[in-house]
Design a protein around this ligand. Structure first.
Ligand code: AMP
Length: 124
């Protein structure tokens, strides 16, 4: 079910539970600002999610409320993860869903990193 991407943060969402260590993930990277792990239902040979450590519902919430250091640290982590996954030379795509029209399902801001094959043009 798509979520709104706005409003109060729901502490019971699946990524909040992963951050608390209540459910496992296949970790790809972690630092003070971000956790990256492999998507449970990959849509490309490489499909990794990068999430901020703070409680933000969506990109809209994150960019409105997060401190500059959190925003810088998070997006630097996205680049670091892609580099560590050796996606820079062949290339990759990042994507963030926000709200109902995007089909966002998990109400904790996350960036998808897709790679490992040619990805086609933009929206399918
Ligand atoms: P979105 O539609 O942008 O909210 O994407 C949510 C993503 O989270 C989907 O690609 C799901 O496959 C993925 N996902 C849901 N639960 C888990 C989980 N426990 N571990 C890893 N990925 C998950």
């Amino acid at each position: 079910m798509p979520v709104k991407g706005l409003g109060d943060y729901d502490d019971s969402n699946v990524f909040a539970r992963i951050l608390r260590g209540e459910i496992p993930c296949k970790k790809a990277y972690e630092d003070a600002f971000a956790l990256a792990f492999h998507d449970i239902a990959p849509q490309a040979p490489v499909h990794v999610l990068v999430i901020p450590k703070g409680k933000y519902v969506s990109i809209a919430d994150f960019t409105a409320k997060a401190a500059d250091a959190e925003i810088a640290g998070f997006f630097r982590a996205v680049g670091t993860v892609a580099r560590q996954l050796e996606l820079e030379a062949p290339g990759y795509r990042i994507l963030a869903n926000m709200g109902e029209h995007s089909g966002q399902e998990v109400p904790h801001f996350h960036v998808h990193i897709f790679g490992g094959r040619p990805l086609g043009r933009m929206l399918a």
